[in-house]
Design a protein around this ligand. Sequence first.
Ligand code: ZN
Length: 133
Amino acid sequence: MTDPEHEPGKAPPPHSWGNISEHHWSRARKHAHREQLEYYRDRSGAPGVAAGGAERNFYCMACDGVIPYDLETRLCPHCGAAVEEHVKRYFNWVEINEPATGDARALLPFFALALLALLALTALLWWWLGGGA
Ligand SMILES: [Zn+2]
């Protein structure tokens, strides 16, 4: 088995222990993901977050306005857009809660089988006790 980092003729990757060099991950990626970092810096100044984020607010999908956490809220207080009951946009993620569907349909074959067995047992008992004779 060959270690890809120790192939013959290939220089090993520079190590990053000791004094932090330019190869350390914290510096090597300094210029990566600028757009995402800018987005999070911008979100840190969002209303409801800049003040410390003590309340569990969520945000309007249409106008970015803060919507107080209340399960009864149906319309955005800023722009009047409809607030979906199961979709909440928080600081940096969107939460979609899909209510689980029932299991009754999956259990139907077992109930049918149990009912059939019960009917067969009842018929057997009826025949055995002489109900038919
Ligand atoms: Zn809104």
